[in-house]
Design a protein around this ligand. Structure first.
Ligand SMILES: Cc1ncc(C[n+]2csc(CCOP(=O)(O)OP(=O)(O)O)c2C)c(N)n1
Ligand SMILES: [Mg+2]
Length: 1107
């Protein structure tokens, strides 16, 4: 129940005759009520209800005065002092709710002579003044002058004028000079305890209705509300020294000058300029200055397109020539497909000149997908805090910059906000800055949101919101200072809403008059912020006109010099734009050597014993009986030296922790595990919040293990873990979906970051996605993790059989964008998880995980398969009679995942163990061409079948089919105009296609073709060109960034010159084929009815297991 409501109900109860406040403090029952509601009340308690005066109740107001008088008689007005001394005071009869701020003065007796007790008018007038103060605090922002264009006002009722704030109080002119005692909820008096009404109104007007609109009275903490009131109400807070003003002017000059310079030099290039909101640059700098002063050493920023280049240039101080080089459309000196200039990240360490402290600034690279970077930034920030032992976020902080339309429109903002206060996800306060230009592309706010402000989403986490007119630099700086102090004090989020405008179209080539004619007529006439501020400072004598000009000229010179330097560059380097460098990680490593993943048997036994034991103080720690059985079963397995799924996973985690590798597992209900198999956190059955996590206590000097149930979000949490994984390569970071298909709500993290991050931004990540997958008759959902979608984004070429060598597997891993696997044994799970760290580079791992196999009696592995000398098996060959006598085998069924166990069962039932071999493809991507070929050769006379339980248009079939053909037929006609698969959606600079493998053999002088080798290849035969065929060997090299340079990798393009074939037609010249056994194509991931599911499964098993 809402706290205010509780109070009201109590008032009507038999207790109501009691003094409510005293009752609340003294009564046993109320103490119980407070305690009982403590947990929930933390989040529902409302400051408005917390303040005695909040509901306008005379009773509680008088009571507050009385209590204050009891403490210190001089703290109240003399009239109150006299009144209480007269013993006339009796407790109020009840707390009947009165509508806030609407008490008519006429409801009380006017004009009674002042005697020992104040007359009711005095009380009423004081109440009214309090109500007015409160009204300003709550609603002042509604009528503040926030919009530089004066077009938009928040869509709130009664916001037309100041009068609306105190319309219901009938003070006249004659009251204006009357002195009123100021309540404890305001700081407008400074040192003065009372002020004339006129002055009270003036001050409130200035504080709350001028260029700053503070929205904070919804916050649940009285302390926090008071803190904010003090920061804005205290007289003189907006006074800036001449030095401070000059600094603001200089920063604004740079911000404005930068955009002007780009506009001059690259007039036809998109840059998503900041014009109309240039103040964002000094604003960010102020936040960073104040935060640095308060102890922050590292700031991680996430931001969209708008003003990004300006931020890199003037906040991060990225060398201007590097920025300008991005406009030149140069070829990249390193690998990758690149990205447009307003998406790239950066990382800078530099001295903050204002605070004289070293600071690290990172802007995280982000895709077009607005706000997708938010959780990534939070994850990266959290990780940095973790590795620095910065448990309160005093050293590392994040700043998120948003567009107004995106901030309210994108759901991930809300999801990210909800991580802000969770123990394992908090970054201890983020400062959100909204570059609110009052438009989103061509859409006005009234069509893009249903809330009055674009910032309302922040209210859900009780973040104060500071709206400010972007044309008032000093107001903006004050707000930024308060925001930085707020974060440092309370370690909670807050929002700065910079209300400006957008001087140009959405980008510089867009025509805004098509859609916002009146707004743009106004903008055309509107002076820019720099000019307005310069005029102001000149007028007040802080600077001269000459100074203003010379600061601007100086910056233009700096830009010109950098521009000249940029012209001398011949290449861009993507690694200059890396946001998370891993210093030292690649150095001295053989990029083609993977460390062994097997561990000593004694390690397995040690981990197994710990994992199956109750806490050391087991006698006091009451464990659920069911869990005692789980532990006992684990112990039996350890004694027998076998592992089930949970044990295999724990062995992987435990052994990595032993080696100093931090492990973090996050996702919905991961602590227990959705399928109740994991149980990493044991809960004391009698003591609240007493838990035991054995993986945290494996070895005294182990690395930290963290397992955390997340909020019910995929998008934000997956993004968060991705960000976490970017920070340190020596950590195993895993995100588990509740069921695999739920990962599709995080699709843009998967598409835009995980699958393509390395290609676009040279950023590696070893993140593991655990996706429960398997058709078990549970209906269309909860069945498939849609592995086909991940496979479709895998970048290995279906037609390219890489050269066979000892390094085949590692080279494949090196060259691919991510790994997709579906393991069928705990041992293989163990190895593939450990391999994530054993690799000399990092690749994301998409791992289909089982459900029923978690308890399947056959899905167990002996310790010998995890101990030294064992390794991950990309393919598990048939180990039975068929495998032993391969030449007699009639059919080889290739499969992946849990269907293997159904297939073997059916084979046994049909007594076909000698006739049919079943081979498990455990690592689906990169495709094990070499091992498939080997298996096919082993069973020379057998028919080859791919069996899968997913529908034909789903599962792995569409991915494996062409690759099987490549593995089976070494020479084939390639009639498609393929190029090397690329794992970002498209190359994004105008010249990056040149980095592809055939660019160096390009002979056509046509520039379009030159930039697109695939185009040349397609038309080669028409023009009689010959395309150089590849040697089939990899002659690439490792570049400075330790990335294998694909430029020199030759493909096996064996197309005879002059033969043109229709694109998309593939013809196997010779060799064997593979056929399909499984469900037909389907629209949903699985059939809804269990009976139908079983029928279909039986059909496919019969189809696959038949000779
Ligand atoms: C998820 C997503 N949807 C759509 C777009 C296309 N888009 C790019 S900018 C933009 C308008 C953004 O408006 P706002 O957030 O106010 O930022 P502004 O451009 O005004 O700075 C849109 C719709 C996108 N980039 N991302
Ligand atoms: Mg906008």
């Amino acid at each position: 129940m809402h706290r205010a409501h509780t109070a009201f109900s109590l008032a009507l109860s038999p207790m109501a005759h009691k003094n409510f406040a005293t009752w609340l403090l003294n009564s046993n029952s109320s103490q119980k009520l407070i305690r009982a509601s403590a947990a929930s009340a933390v989040r529902t308690y409302n400051s408005a209800a917390a303040e005695p005066f909040a509901n306008g109740s005379t009773a509680s107001y008088v009571e507050e005065m009385y209590n204050a008088w009891l403490r210190d008689p001089s703290s109240v007005h003399t009239s109150w002092d006299a009144y209480f001394r007269s013993n006339s005071y009796v407790s109020p009869p009840n707390l009947a709710p009165v509508q806030a701020n609407t008490l008519p003065l006429t409801a009380f007796n006017f004009g009674g002579a002042v005697s020992a007790a104040p007359d009711s008018k005095t009380i009423d007038d004081h109440l009214a003044v309090q109500a007015i103060i409160r009204s300003y605090q709550i609603r002042g922002h509604n009528i503040a002058h926030l919009d530089p264009l004066e077009i938009n006002t928040p869509d709130l009722p009664g916001n037309s004028s100041t009068k609306s704030i105190y319309a219901n109080f009938s003070f006249g002119e004659q009251d204006m000079e009357r002195q009123f005692k100021l309540p404890s909820t305001t700081f407008i008096g400074g040192d003065e305890a009372s002020l004339p009404l006129k002055e009270i109104l003036n001050r409130l007007e200035n504080v709350y209705c001028n260029k700053i609109g503070v929205e904070f009275m919804f916050i649940n903490s009285l302390e926090q509300c008071n803190w904010i009131r003090k920061r804005f109400e205290t007289p003189g807070v907006l006074n800036f020294s001449p030095e401070e003003k000059r600094l603001i002017l200089a920063r604004l000059t740079r911000a404005t000058g930068f955009e002007a310079f780009l506009a001059k030099k690259y007039s036809s290039e998109k840059r998503f300029g900041l014009e109309g909101c240039e103040i964002m640059i000094p604003a960010l700098k102020e936040i960073i200055d104040v935060s640095t002063e308060l102890g922050v050493e590292s700031v991680i920023m996430g931001m969209p397109h708008r003003g990004r280049l300006n931020t890199l240039a003037n906040v991060c101080r990225k060398p201007l020539n590097q920025i300008f080089t991005q406009f030149a459309g140069l070829e990249a000196a390193d690998d990758g497909s690149g990205d447009v200039k307003y998406h790239l990240g950066t990382y800078i360490e530099r001295l903050n000149r204002v605070t004289n402290k070293n600071i690290r600034l990172a802007v995280v690279a982000n895709p077009s997908h607005l706000e997708a970077v938010d959780p990534v930034v939070q994850g990266k920030t959290r990780a940095e805090q973790f590795y620095r032992g910065d448990q309160e976020g005093k050293k590392v902080m994040s700043i998120l910059i948003h567009g107004d339309a995106a901030f309210c429109g994108q759901g991930v903002v809300y999801e990210t906000m909800h991580l802000s206060d969770l123990p394992d996800y908090t970054t201890h306060g983020t400062i959100h800055v909204v570059a609110n230009n009052q438009i989103g592309f061509t859409t006005d706010p009234r069509f893009s949101r249903s809330s009055p402000y674009c910032t309302d989403v922040a209210r859900v986490v009780n973040a104060p919101i500071f709206h400010v007119n972007a044309d008032d630099p000093e107001a903006v700086m004050h707000v930024c200072k308060v925001a930085a102090e707020w974060r440092a004090t309370f370690h909670k989020d807050c929002v700065i809403d910079l209300v400006g405008y957008r001087r140009n179209g959405h980008n510089e080539i867009d025509e805004p008059m098509f859609t916002q004619p009146l707004m743009y007529q106004k903008i055309r006439k509107h002076k820019n912020c720099l000019d307005l501020y310069a005029d102001k400072l000149i007028a007040e004598g802080t600077v001269t006109g000459e100074e203003v000009k010379s600061v601007a000229a100086k910056y233009e010179n700096i830009c010109e010099e950098a521009f000249a330097l940029a012209k001398t560059e011949t290449h861009v380097k993507y690694k200059d734009w890396l946001d998370s460098p891993w210093s030292g990680f690649f150095e001295g490593k053989d990029p083609l050597k993977v460390a062994p993943t097997g561990v000593k048997e004694e390690t397995l036994i040690h981990i197994g014993n710990r994992f199956s034991s109750p806490p050391p103080n087991a006698a006091e720690f009451v464990i659920h009986k069911g869990l005692m059985r789980v532990l006992a079963a684990r112990k039996t397995m350890v004694d027998e030296k076998i592992a089930d799924w949970a044990l295999g996973e724990a062995m992987a985690f435990g052994s990595l922790l032993k080696e100093g590798i931090h492990v973090r597992l996050s996702g919905q209900d991961v602590e227990r595990g959705t399928f109740s198999h994991r149980h990493h956190v044991l809960h004391h059955q009698l003591v609240d919040k007493a838990t035991y996590n054995s993986l945290q206590h494996m070895y005294p000097d182990q690395a930290p293990y963290s397992v955390s149930n997340s909020s019910l979000s995929e998008y934000a949490v997956l993004g968060f873990e991705h960000g976490y994984s970017m920070t340190n390569p020596n950590a195993l970071v895993l995100w588990e979906a509740q069921f695999g298909d739920f990962s599709n709500t995080a699709q843009s993290i998967i598409d835009q970051f995980i699958s393509s991050g390395q290609s676009k931004w040279v950023r590696q990540s070893g993140l593991v996605m655990l996706l429960p997958h398997g058709m078990e008759g549970m209906g269309p959902e909860h069945s498939s993790c849609r592995v086909e979608r991940f496979l479709q984004m895998s970048s290995d070429d279906p037609d390219y059989f890489p050269p066979e060598s000892d390094e085949f597997a590692i080279r494949q891993l090196h060259d691919i964008n991510w790994i997709v696997a579906n393991c069928t044994t705990p041992a293989n799970l163990f190895h593939i998880l450990r391999r994530q760290i054993a690799l000399p580079f990092r690749k994301p791992l998409i791992l289909c995980t089982p459900k029923s196999l978690l308890r399947h009696p056959e899905a167990k592995s002996p310790f010998s398969e995890m101990s030294e000398g064992s390794e991950f098996l990309r393919i598990i060959p048939d180990r039975g009679p068929a495998g032993d006598n391969a030449s007699n085998v009639k059919k080889v069924v290739f499969c992946t995942g849990r269907v293997y166990y159904d297939l073997t069962k059916t084979r046994a039932e049909k007594q076909l163990e000698k006739d049919i071999a079943i081979v498990r493809v455990e690592q689906v991507s990169p495709f094990p061409f070499d091992l498939v070929k080997e298996q096919a050769n082993l069973y020379k006379n057998a028919e080859l079948v791919w069996a899968q339980e997913e529908h034909k248009n789903q599962g792995c079939w569409t991915y494996v089919q062409p690759r099987f053909l490549t593995a089976l037929n070494h020479s084939r006609d390639i009639s498609q105009s393929d190029e090397q698969s690329t794992f970002s959606n498209s190359t994004s600079t105008t010249t990056t296609d040149n980095t592809n493998h055939e660019s160096d053999t390009e002979s056509d002088s046509n520039s379009d073709k030159k930039s697109k080798p695939w185009l040349s290849r397609m038309f080669a035969s028409d023009k009689g060109d010959t395309v150089t065929t590849g040697s089939g060997t990899v002659t690439g090299e490792f570049n400075a960034a330790k990335h294998f340079d694909l430029k020199n990798v030759r493909h096996d393009f064996n197309r005879p010159a002059g033969i043109a074939a229709a694109p998309g037609v593939r013809k196997a010249k010779t060799g064997r084929k593979i056929s399909y056994a499984g469900r037909a194509c389907g629209a949903s991931t699985a059939t809804g009815s269990k009976a139908q599911h079983i029928r279909e499964l039986n059909a496919l098993l019969n189809d696959a297991i038949s000779t």
